[in-house]
Design a protein around this ligand. Structure first.
Ligand code: ADP
Ligand code: MG
Length: 326
């Protein structure tokens, strides 16, 4: 089946398994749909971190939101802890979302501006009708865990916080409900470089403390490098490359991954593809190119790339790519 590469999925052991996910948004002229996510498959084993990377608009956030069923799926399957959830009703999803929490690029926007920090971090527990004294204790605990001094921050409002402090509150809020999966959607992209490393370290620490499985979305390959076990590279709604992060970074198999990784033309053929830096704009997801979607920007494209869509296939052990030439 063209474009459906699920051979890399590791089956029942996964905490999260996404298979052939398609999300299309209406809204294009004359009935065209935005093909935001097109047959994306990946899985994440318990305790793993999957990095999802690609340029703006390639479908990363849509993929994260689809896992939590925040948008309508066009088709595909989502498994969480062995349970198919793509058709779970909203009531069941509300219960499941305590186990699957999400943090975002703009932490202040994700926090209710009129609530104090101490209440914000246990909002999820209030919804679950946890008694006030238990909530207060939990609030103090998670604030301490994310490195915020309760005395100083408890009664502050989101607008009084720096970006890094607000992201700590958002992380505390996600952790307070005891999730198993944390989806981080560009959690450091809006922060100063000096603060980025602190928040990345905090996510790593919390991953260990809470035994979390993590999906870490970023447009920058550099950011996910240090935290990812596996990495998924997306382009225009499609998977380009997927696999063990060390292998993908050391020896990228897809010309797009290589282009993202370095802007320097490559001369060592053993290391993968030679090619110039990434140039040009991403085509519209309303009318993606035929065949391989990356071909219009690919320095290596052949006739075949326009005619035939490349399937995701194993190019080296533990490394998968959708490229005719890989
Ligand atoms: P990323 O997070 O990788 O930047 P997104 O998942 O936000 O990408 O978006 C993927 C594509 O879907 C983009 O072309 C975007 O414009 C489009 N898109 C996202 N959300 C909507 C929506 N609610 N309605 C219509 N198009 C959308
Ligand atoms: Mg996004």
């Amino acid at each position: 089946m063209a474009g459906s590469g699920t051979a890399h999925l590791r089956g029942e052991k996964a905490l999260l398994s996404v298979e052939d996910l398609v999300v299309e948004y209406p809204g294009g002229p004359s009935g065209a749909v935005v093909q935001a996510v097109s047959k994306v498959s990946f899985d994440v084993l318990p305790g793993e971190t999957l990095g999802i990377v690609g340029e703006s608009g390639c479908g990363k956030s849509t993929t994260g939101r689809a896992v939590l069923r925040l948008d309508r799926l066009t088709s595909g399957r989502i498994g969480f802890a062995g349970e198919p959830i793509e058709e779970a009703d909203e009531r069941h999803m509300r219960a499941l979302r305590r186990q699957m929490q999400m943090i975002f690029q703009d932490p202040v926007a994700s926090l209710n501006p009129r609530r104090t920090v101490k209440d914000l971090v246990v909002e999820g527990l209030a919804v679950a009708k946890v008694p006030a004294d238990e909530r207060a204790a939990a609030s103090a605990t998670v604030l301490a865990q994310v490195g915020l001094d309760g005395e100083r921050f408890a009664d502050m409002l989101p607008r009084q916080l720096s970006g890094g402090q607000a992201q700590r509150v958002a992380i505390a809020r996600a952790l307070a409900v005891g999730p198993r999966l944390l989806i981080c959607d560009e959690p450091v992209s809006a922060l100063d470089v000096s603060v980025q490393a602190q928040i990345l370290n905090l996510i790593e620490d919390m991953k260990a403390t809470y035994d979390l499985t993590v999906v870490f979305i970023a447009h920058d390959l550099g950011v996910v490098r240090s935290v990812s076990d596996n990495v998924l590279v997306m382009y225009l709604g499609k998977v380009c490359e997927y696999g063990d992060a060390v292998r993908v970074y050391d020896r990228p198999a897809h010309p797009y991954t290589r282009a993202l990784l370095d802007s320097v033309p490559l001369t060592d053929p053993d290391k993968g593809f030679a090619g110039p830096a990434l140039e040009g704009d991403v085509p519209s997801p309303l009318a993606p190119p035929s065949g391989c979607r990356f071909r219009t920007r690919c320095p290596l494209a052949k006739d075949r790339c326009a005619e035939e869509e490349p399937e995701v296939r194993e190019v080296r052990p533990g490394q998968f790519a959708a490229c005719h030439l890989a």
